[in-house]
Design a protein around this ligand. Structure first.
Ligand SMILES: Cc1ncc(COP(=O)(O)O)c(C=O)c1O
Length: 429
């Protein structure tokens, strides 16, 4: 595989961009070596700076659902740009997107568009505290809710990849009211709420965790969160930045039938442009400025180009797309299990729809400790072997594989060959 051009771009990038990247996991620290510079994408395929072609199973960390350069998204965002890319005033595009989100998700009675998932979580937490007049935030190990101070402890994603338990630069005061409990552990959660529930402003959870690999919540765990939040007048926040519009139009909440008070969205709703959204019950959302006293603002919030792109994506979604993603996912899951078996490698595959993880373990993976106990060291040679075979996988064992509605049988064929040689290469590890 040629990589001279990526290498030379990375060398230049290291001089002006910290670690050569604008987001840490892109730097390949989780798998060693140097990242590839991606020049373009079409459908399920991407091309790097040396013209190597890959089937993309990263899909912009889950932001791309229909495939790269989706024609409707291109048209909508182009038309929006032609009309001017930002005004700092209300536009029709943001209204259309807010309406589309609200009509897709049962709990999204009102919507506040922001620029990233991080910002949406930050706002959800401030709003919960403002509404409930309480302080404590409960979160769960291995879940990731963006990089704001309050939620940066024992988090998944980049922190887990880099082995950072919590970030430097976060004063103790910022996290003194954040409590982190084990994911899917009903007893630990209920014990805590029985003692401190009256002080809990909000409980935030990824209903399908996607930042320690894919680890779905147990339905009983989510129901317990719902019940205890009701009992204690605490706000239940679902962080559906990944799962929202990926697992169904109504999000993970509609799959589980357990509904939060607030939902945080991002990724897919921007069609590949920067975006985030805080959504929820009108009664709570109206506490936000300008109607209420909880302040939040943004120069580019609800940007018309991002909103047009997101609306173009959501407008195309229907049941058959999700059914096809499920069928395709099942095929990939079977392929992985079989290829691993054929090569004598033990794996556990967790999958919901088009999000999937391969854990080098033979036990069920239900929480962060299970993830930590898996043979993560096998991921590095596996990743590089997949890449050599034209498969672009997440460069960290803590991240999910994603695929799009554009992935087809030719990608399955390519993956099948790649899996066989990649699992095969692990035999002696
Ligand atoms: C579940 C979850 N919440 C929040 C975020 C933060 O979103 P952003 O990277 O847009 O700030 C992410 C990012 O990956 C995420 O996966």
């Amino acid at each position: 595989m040629k990589n001279q051009e990526s290498k030379s771009l990375f060398k230049r990038a290291l001089k002006v961009m910290v670690g050569g990247v604008n987001s840490p996991v892109r730097a390949y620290k989780g798998v060693g070596g140097e990242p590839l510079f991606i020049m373009r994408g079409k459908g399920s395929r991407i091309w790097d700076a040396d013209e190597n072609e890959y089937t993309d199973f990263l899909c912009s960390w889950g932001a791309i659902l229909l495939g790269h350069s989706d024609p409707d998204t291109i048209k909508a965002s182009y038309n929006a740009i032609v009309d001017g890319s930002s005004f700092g005033a209300p536009t029709k595009n943001e209204l259309y997107l807010a309406e589309a989100i609200s009509s897709s998700m049962r709990t999204a009675e009102m919507v506040r568009l922001v620029n990233s998932g991080t910002e949406a979580v930050m706002t959800a937490i401030r709003l919960s505290r403002g509404f409930s007049d309480k302080k404590i935030i409960v979160k769960f190990e291995g879940n990731y809710h963006g990089h704001s101070d309050i939620v940066l402890s024992k988090a998944g994603s980049g922190l887990a990849t880099l082995g950072i338990p919590s970030s430097a630069g976060v004063p103790e005061g910022c996290v003194s009211d954040t409590v982190t409990l084990a994911y899917n552990d009903i007893d630990a959660f209920e014990n805590f709420m029985d003692q401190k529930g009256k002080l809990v402003a909000a409980v935030i959870v990824e209903p399908i965790a996607g930042n320690m690999g894919v680890v779905p919540a147990d339905i009983k765990f989510l129901s317990s969160l719902r019940d205890k939040c009701n009992e204690n007048s605490s706000i239940l926040i679902f962080d559906e930045v990944i799962s929202g519009f990926r697992v169904s139009k109504g999000g993970a909440q509609s799959l589980y039938g357990v509904y939060p008070d607030l939902t945080v969205l991002g990724k897919i709703i921007g069609g590949g442009f920067p975006i985030g959204a805080l959504t929820g019950k009108a009664e709570i959302m109206r506490y936000l400025a300008p109607e209420g006293s909880v302040y939040q603002a943004g120069t580019l919030a609800g940007n018309p180009v991002a909103a047009a792109a997101g609306f173009a994506v959501i407008s195309q979604l229907n049941d058959s797309i999700y059914q096809n993603l499920e069928d395709y996912g099942k095929e990939i899951e079977n392929l992985i299990v079989k290829a691993a078996e054929n090569n004598g490698i033990r794996v556990t595959v967790n999958r919901i729809g088009s999000m999937l993880s391969i854990f080098f373990a033979d036990n069920p993976i239900k929480n962060f400790n299970d993830v930590l106990r898996s043979k993560k060291e096998l991921y590095t040679p596996f990743f590089w072997s997949l890449l050599e075979s034209g498969i672009y996988a997440p460069p960290s064992s803590y991240e999910s594989y994603f695929f799009t509605a554009s992935h087809d049988e030719s990608d399955i064929k390519r993956l099948s060959v790649a899996l066989d040689s990649s699992f095969g290469s692990l035999k002696n590890e």
